[in-house]
Every structure is written in structure tokens, then in C-alpha cells.
Design a binder for this molecule. Structure first.
Ligand code: ATP
Ligand code: MG
Length: 249
């Protein structure tokens, strides 16, 4: 299997002294869908932020992050189109007057022709069930629509790796279900950080449990998620669907 991401002994300390990552090493292979779980403050978001090259300007790091064969450096623009990074807060991703402009932003920066950009915007919006939303204002979309639009802004670059932080927070059950369905239709390598362990069960083939900046467990999704003792020791609960199954509901 071809390696998509390699993280070697990654440490990161925020400027005011919080040691957020304390020696993370992992390899992710092409086509894997990896759920990153762990309690609040475990380091999930900090880890994912290392994949988009927008590391905090200050802070101290150590270690290496290699994606698609090349090391990622701070403010690495090259990597942006290959790694689609979806922020937890869609407002960090949507800043143009029209949905079209936000979704076209990446492809335009890649230097694609006007025709190609339009085609990509249309495809990306269709993929997230927002066909026809081109002229809408991103600021007037519902939470679920914003989330979908934020995903479209990276899909339009046709990334090889999709990195998403908390894709289902603030979503109603139907929108959450749509996002799960969407994630399952994507064939690229995925890294998904979330507290929604039932979602991880549905979308991830592999699950990595982080706590206090370290990898506590890394294994097949269901194996990690049915380990009730382990989850509870790290402030998590077994997904409801597995809990019901274990009690023969
Ligand atoms: N911008 C920042 N400045 C300083 N410290 C930070 C910053 N962002 C996160 N931290 C700290 O780094 C640690 C890891 O935080 P991180 O946001 O990566 O955790 P997380 O696993 O994503 O948590 P959550 O589940 O709450 O999203 C925490 O102790 C947090 O307080
Ligand atoms: Mg987080």
C-alpha cells in the first residue's frame, strides 16, 4: 500500500506553554479513512493543523510531517490543493460574497481556466447536495449548508487527502446523516477528528485514540470503539450502536 501521510515524532508546544503534542508517530496509507478521537484538549485539532501548513506563527515544534511523499512546511501553498482541509468552523472557510466565489477560490489559485473552474464548482456543489447554490451568500446558509459548502471549497481542488475537524458538530440528525453519506462516497484518503463515535464507526476503517498529546490506541475502527474500558479511561463513551448491540437490543 502506498503511504499518504507519515508523521514522525511530532511535538508541538503553543506559545504560552501548552504542550499539545508529545511525540506522535503514525503512517496513513492511500485510501484509508481514519477517525481521530479523544477527549477535549487531547490534541486532535493541533495534529490536523499540522497537515495544512498553517501552523500557528509562533510555538515550538519538532518532528516531521510528510504528505504524498513531501515534507509539509509552514505556509506550504503547494500542498493546499492536494490536502483538502475543512476547519471545524465553516466561517473560517467561507469569506466571499457568493458560494460560487468560495468554491472557485481554490481552483482559481491553481491557475485553471475559467471553464474548468466553473465545471469544478458545479461538480463540487453537486457532490455536497448544494446544486444551484452558486449565487447564494455563504453567510445566509444554515449550519448544515455551511458545512457542506465548506467541504465543497476543498472538493473543487480534487484533493488526494481530505482532513476534516468535527464534521458533524451543530448538525441536525438529517444533516449529520448527509455528511456521513457524503464522507462514505469519497474515495480519497480521509482523516476525520470527531467526538461523534457512532459516525466514526460508519465512516472510518481505522481509529486513532489520542489523549494528552499522545497516541493511546491505533487499530481497526470497530476494535477500538468496542473497547469500553479503554474509551472510558479517556473520557469517552462507547458508540450507542455498539452498546445496544453488546446488550442484544
Ligand atoms: N491556539 C491555541 N493556543 C494555546 N493553546 C492551545 C491552542 N489551541 C489549543 N490549545 C491547547 O492545546 C491542547 C490541545 O488542544 P486541541 O485543540 O488540539 O484539542 P482537541 O483534541 O482538538 O480538543 P477538542 O475535542 O476540544 O476539539 C489543549 O490543551 C488546548 O488548550
Ligand atoms: Mg478540536
Amino acid at each position: 500500500m502506498k503511504e499518504a501521510v507519515r508523521i514522525e515524532n511530532l511535538h508541538y508546544t503553543y506559545p504560552e506553554g501548552t504542550q499539545a503534542l508529545k511525540g506522535i508517530s503514525l503512517r496513513i496509507y492511500e485510501g484509508e479513512s481514519v477517525g481521530i478521537i479523544g477527549p477535549n484538549g487531547a490534541g486532535k485539532s493541533t495534529l490536523l493543523l499540522h497537515l495544512n501548513g498553517i501552523l500557528p506563527a509562533a510555538g515550538q515544534g519538532e518532528g516531521r510531517v510528510v504528505a504524498l511523499g513531501e515534507e509539509i512546511r509552514r505556509n506550504d501553498k503547494r500542498i493546499r490543493s492536494d490536502i483538502g482541509f475543512v476547519f471545524e468552523d465553516p466561517d473560517e472557510q467561507l469569506f466571499m460574497p457568493r458560494v460560487f466565489d468560495d468554491v472557485a477560490f481554490g481552483p482559481l489559485n491553481m491557475g485553471l481556466s475559467g471553464e474548468e473552474v466553473k465545471a469544478r464548482v458545479k461538480d463540487a456543489l453537486r457532490a455536497v447536495n448544494l446544486a444551484g447554490f452558486e449565487e447564494r451568500s455563504p453567510h445566509h446558509l444554515s449550519a448544515g449548508e455551511k458545512r457542506a459548502a465548506a467541504i465543497a471549497t476543498v472538493l473543487s481542488m480534487r484533493p488526494q487527502i481530505l482532513v476534516i475537524d468535527e464534521p458533524a458538530s451543530d448538525l441536525d440528525p438529517r444533516s449529520r446523516r448527509n455528511i456521513i453519506h457524503l464522507l462514505n462516497t469519497f474515495r480519497m484518503t480521509k482523516m476525520i477528528a470527531t467526538h461523534d463515535l457512532d459516525m466514526v464507526l460508519e465512516v472510518a476503517t481505522r481509529c486513532i485514540l489520542l489523549d494528552e498529546g499522545k497516541v493511546i490506541k491505533d487499530g481497526p475502527g470497530e476494535e477500538v470503539l468496542k473497547n469500553r474500558e479503554l474509551l472510558e479511561a479517556h473520557g469517552l463513551e462507547m458508540p450507542l450502536s455498539l452498546l445496544l448491540r453488546s446488550q442484544n437490543f
